[in-house]
Write a protein that binds this ligand. Structure first.
Ligand code: NDP
Ligand code: OXD
Length: 306
């Protein structure tokens, strides 16, 4: 089978090297290219497709995102409705995300940035800490993994999802229970996909339903967050701080107030990055299923948008 890789953000080299070891793969093209693409049947994409790509692929049978998110593909008018779209669900991705959030939670709970600043000025201040109730928005491949691990680490955990979940030791809520979920979330971790229903969900109204001095960790997408509402909530003391890994505009523009806000910590969209060697196993499994006319793994529900 012939494959086209379109990755404007990541180096395509490890993907090409890993995929080309499979007997199922005859040829790999990397976008942009003048090659004849008329025999390409699978398209692997990270970040929006250039316009005019799909019209060069008359035999296209399958598109896979090279990440967990598919927001870069949803609503792209050049993608025919009947082409299946899949995404990466991978144990490394889930483990890395869980580790990142635990790091953020621990830094917050133990006031680590204050201790580091105190060290510089030789200040000995035994700041106290307390148990935390953590609310995880989105209980899918990443949020579900996180919620279960946080429980094991001794946090009190509640979770929120579109359809009601049942996770050991985690208080689960669906959309009818959003307000109650928020009222328990002293730390709110966002791991929702971005869809028409979740865009701008982290806004002033939602913040007002959190306990006073709550902390926000946004590791999903920048478009979930109304940035001005966060700044207002931080300045008013409603929220005590935020750890942000994703932004409406990436790279974060120099003029963004987040760079210098004393209550905001930022990282450059690195909470969990797809590991090619691991994700390639899933791509090749799906390639095999495609060749054998079987249902693909981790297919996106276009109606739901994730
Ligand atoms: P999944 O699709 O597996 O899980 C999504 C979860 O969100 C599900 O529990 C789903 O509910 C829930 N959900 C969706 N819409 C709503 C809604 N309107 N109201 C309430 N709950 C809703 O996604 P993943 O866990 O794999 O990934 C989540 C997101 O994390 C990705 O979309 C991506 O944007 C982001 N991400 C960020 C990374 C980073 O480095 N910062 C790395 C990887 C991913 P239900 O279970 O009922 O379907
Ligand atoms: C993803 C991401 O969606 O890296 O995989 O953000």
């Amino acid at each position: 089978m012939e494959i086209l890789i379109s990755s404007s953000v990541w180096d395509p080299k490890p993907w090409v090297e890993g995929l080309s070891k499979s007997e199922l793969v005859d040829k790999i093209h990397v976008w942009p290219t003048d090659n004849d693409l008329s025999n390409v049947e699978a398209l692997f994409v990270w970040k929006p497709l250039d316009s005019g790509v799909i019209e060069r692929l008359p035999k296209l049978k399958w598109i896979s995102s090279l990440g967990a998110g598919v927001d870069h593909l949803m609503g792209d008018p050049q993608i025919p409705a009947d082409i299946p779209i899949t995404r990466i669900v991978d144990p490394f991705l889930a483990q890395d995300m869980t580790n990142y959030v635990i790091m953020g939670l621990m830094m917050y709970q133990r006031s680590i940035s204050t201790h580091l600043a105190n060290q510089k000025s030789k200040v000995w201040d035994r700041i106290g800490y307390k148990p935390l109730k953590v609310g995880v928005m989105g209980l899918g491949a990443l949020g579900g993994h996180l919620a279960e691990r946080l429980k094991i680490l001794g946090f009190e955990v509640c979770g929120y999802s579109r359809t009601l979940k049942s996770l050991d030791g985690v208080a689960c809520f669906d959309q009818s229970g959003l307000d109650e979920f928020l009222s328990h979330s002293e730390v709110l971790v966002n791991l929702l996909p971005i869809t028409n229903h979740t865009i701008d969900i982290l806004n002033a109204c939602l913040f007002s339903k959190l306990p006073d001095s709550a902390y926000l960790i946004n590791v999903a997408r920048g478009n979930h967050l109304v940035e001005k509402d966060l700044i207002d909530a931080l300045n008013a003391g409603k929220l005590s701080g935020a750890l942000l890994d994703v932004f409406r505009e990436e790279p974060l523009p120099e003029k963004s107030p987040f760079w210098e806000h004393p209550k905001v910590s930022i990282t450059p969209h690195v909470a969990s990055v797809t590991t090619p060697s691991s994700a390639i196993k899933l791509l090749l499994k799906n390639l095999d299923l495609l060749v054998n006319g079987k249902e693909l793994l981790h297919r996106v529900n276009i109606q739901n948008g994730y």
